[in-house]
Design a protein around this ligand. Structure first.
Ligand code: DAH
Length: 369
């Protein structure tokens, strides 16, 4: 084996120093000393121009096939009486070679002018693709379905006063319907609450916008519920409101039917059941044919074939009057749906807590939808 010590022309080393490794250089101590002395001179004279130069030096003297290593392996050929001296010599030489390298170690880091050791030519670390939250995706779908038929988008504050959340919606103080919504009070007298539904945005729209109005109002709402698979202290709703001259219950039904077929597919059936909400008269709840079993019965529809997805009705005349609107001239419909509920029915999510736990195993399933 021969160890070639010649550097390349660009490395800044002087070529042509070559130790034949199979010759027993340590056997002749004077020649070993000469050889090491020559290397020492070379090392002392060496000043690396840049990081590449320093690296060449490291490979040449300190690398696994470098001069220091090569000389050490040759120790076995040194006659026993000369080993100690050769060892000391070699050790000193090794320290010299290392010291020179360390002297310019900053070059390693400074190759790009900064304190960065990174090799910028390597491919970067892959950044995994994120995804929108399923609730945001469904909310976007709801909004865009209504936008296609001329609904605008409106939002309102999450901290709401009593008037916009309750009283103006035909729920005066001590109205029993207030008990249906376990309210978080921010302050009492005056009453500020975390809004319990997005119907409060209806009130703000009727208060400020000229008629006719046709809006969809997405947002987060809060109720003082114990957190479980089926209830949460915050969730999301989308409110719809259309007030104009001559708006009828038939318009409400047709609008919601259009929404359902866009959201759940053209074969989805709807049915309306009479219900009660203080701010609508008449009021109804709307069911759709079960998206899982198609109507034959499963756990989602509790074996009825139908799942309830929203409440709706004709805006109560009292509510219109609250905002100075004459119910004999204007009529309107309103509806409110839970975004979690729509997402549950569409994607069979059976635990409400999953939406806020940020478990990527859950969230990843919505990638690319
Ligand atoms: N605000 C109702 C709730 O939170 C939902 C609702 C029902 C909204 C009927 C409406 C409506 O606009 O007309 O349960």
């Amino acid at each position: 084996m021969r160890l070639f010590l010649a550097g390349t022309a660009s490395s800044g080393f002087h070529p042509a120093i070559c130790i034949p490794m199979n010759s027993n250089i340590f056997a002749a101590m004077p020649s070993l000393q000469e050889q090491i002395h020559a290397y020492e001179l070379e090392i002392n004279a060496f000043t690396p121009a840049d990081a590449a130069d320093l690296e060449q030096y490291r490979i040449k003297f300190l690398g696994t096939k470098g001069i220091v290593k090569g000389l050490s392996t040759e120790m076995k050929n040194v006659p026993p009486e000369g080993r100690k001296e050769a060892g000391l010599l070699l050790n000193a030489f090794k320290q010299l070679a290392e010291a020179k390298y360390e002297q310019f170690a900053n070059l390693k880091e400074d190759a790009t002018g900064g304190k960065v050791v990174a090799d910028i030519t390597l491919p970067g670390t892959e950044i995994p693709m994120g995804t929108r939250h399923p609730l945001r995706m469904v909310e976007n779908q709801i909004v865009s379905i209504f936008e296609r038929i001329g609904f605008g988008v409106a939002t309102g504050p999450e901290i709401e006063d009593d008037w916009h959340n309750f009283t103006s919606l035909n729920m005066p103080e001590n109205h029993t319907a207030r008990d249906m919504q376990d309210t978080f009070y921010v302050s009492q007298n005056p009453d500020w609450v975390l809004r319990t539904h997005t119907s409060s945005v209806q009130a703000r729209i009727l208060e400020t916008q000229p008629l006719p109005v046709r809006v969809i109002c997405p947002g987060r709402v809060y109720r003082n519920e114990t957190i479980s698979a089926r209830a949460h202290c915050f969730f999301h709703q989308c409110e719809g409101l259309y007030v104009d001259k001559g708006v009828s219950f038939a318009d409400l039904k047709q609008t919601l039917y259009y929404f359902v077929t866009e959201m759940f597919g053209p074969d989805t059936k709807v049915r309306f059941r009479p219900s009660y909400f203080p701010f609508t008269e008449p009021s109804a709840e709307m069911d759709i044919s079960c998206t899982v079993c198609g109507g034959s019965g499963c756990s989602l529809c509790k074996h009825t074939g139908w799942v309830e997805i929203l409440g709706c009705g004709m805006v109560h005349p009292n509510m219109l009057r609250n905002f100075g609107i004459d119910p004999d001239v204007y009529t309107g419909f309103a509806f409110g749906m839970g975004v979690e509920r729509i997402t549950q029915v569409k994607y069979q999510v059976n635990d409400l807590r999953l939406y806020s736990q940020n478990d990527v195993r859950f969230l990843r399933q919505f990638q690319g939808l």
